[in-house]
Each structure stands twice: as C-alpha cells, then as structure tokens.
Design a protein around this ligand. Structure first.
Ligand SMILES: CC(C)(COP(=O)(O)OP(=O)(O)OC[C@H]1O[C@@H](n2cnc3c(N)ncnc32)[C@H](O)[C@@H]1OP(=O)(O)O)[C@@H](O)C(=O)NCCC(=O)NCCS
Length: 144
C-alpha cells in the first residue's frame, strides 16, 4: 500500500468514493475536480494493487487552521493501518503548510473514526449547534 497525492485524473474515482461514504455532501465529479484544482485543498489516495482503496482530503483554511474534510477506507481494507497512514499524510501536509491546528467533524455514533482521531491526539472540543446528516456531530481538534 502506498499513499500518493491525488490529481485531476483521480476525479472520477474520488467522486465515486465520496458518493459512497459521504453522500450527504452532494459532491459529484465536477465539484471534486474543482476541489482538486483548488490551491487550498489537497487530496491523497491510498493505493493497493493499483486500486484506490481509500482517500483523504484536507483544506488549509487560513489562520493556521487545517480541516480534514473526508477520510475513508473501503470496508474490505479496514483495520490494516490504511486510515492511520492517510491521517499521517494529512497531518504532515497540514504541518508542511504551516498550519498549527487541525479540526475534523465526526458523527457522534462513528466510534471507529473517533477511535482513530483520539489515538492520534485529537480531543473533543465541542458539538455542532445543528444536526448534520440527521446526526449529532462532534468537533475534534489537535494542535500540530
Ligand atoms: C475510520 C476509518 C477511516 C478507519 O480506517 P482503517 O483503515 O480501518 O483504520 P486503521 O486500520 O488505520 O486503524 C487505526 C486506528 O483507528 C481506530 N479504529 C479503526 N477502526 C476501528 C473500529 N472499528 N473500532 C474502534 N476503533 C477503530 C483504532 O484506534 C485503530 O488502531 P488499532 O488498529 O491499533 O486499534 C474507516 O473505518 C472508514 O473508512 N470509515 C467510514 C468512513 C468514515 O466514517 N470516515 C470518517 C469520517 S469523520
């Protein structure tokens, strides 16, 4: 498995994965392409056997803050360290851009993701004032 920076050529695959794991975002291929072209957003793909088995995208929001927008691994590839490797890459990318803090939104019932973030030093720092995806959403953050 290796992690590489995603490019415009990955737009379709990333749009399919986004639709599968984060359908409520409503992001299709044109929007993902736009994000891939944005200078504030970086996508990384986890590649195994030439296939994209996971991805993460990170936004440099200004003011020293980075936000992980999405992080997902195909179910059949989970619990093998791929989520961790993607998170490592996102955090390294944030540090490389001079970000000092990283934030992420996570659904209250998403214990696997919360476990991953807690293991990596993220702490719970609030609850979103409105429901998203029909769920209570927690805010987690980490100083970089
Ligand atoms: C969250 C997700 C990315 C983790 O990916 P993964 O490749 O399975 O994660 P890893 O194998 O690198 O696991 C790293 C750590 O995360 C935590 N973790 C992962 N899966 C877990 C689970 N099912 N239950 C509890 N903790 C879990 C553990 O602390 C684990 O460390 P350990 O294996 O030493 O116990 C994956 O479950 C996923 O894609 N979920 C669906 C999409 C999603 O919800 N994304 C997060 C949006 S905020």
């Amino acid at each position: 498995m290796r992690i590489r920076r995603a490019t415009e050529k990955d737009a379709y695959t990333l749009a399919v994965l986004t639709h599968r794991f984060f359908p409520y975002t409503g992001l299709g291929c044109p929007e993902v392409l736009c994000r891939l072209r944005s200078k504030n957003i970086e996508y990384y793909a986890a590649i195994e056997d030439k296939a994209t088995v996971g991805f993460t995208d990170l936004e440099h929001q200004g003011g020293g803050k980075a936000k992980i927008l999405g992080l997902a691994v195909l179910p059949e590839y989970r619990r093998r360290g791929i989520g961790q490797a993607l998170l490592d890459k996102a955090l390294a990318a944030a540090r490389a851009k001079g970000d000092e803090k990283c934030v992420i939104l996570v659904a209250e019932d998403n214990l696997p993701a919360q476990g991953l973030y807690e293991k990596n030093g993220f702490s719970h720092c609030g609850v979103l004032d409105r429901k998203l995806w029909n769920k209570t959403v927690l805010l987690m953050s980490k100083e970089l």
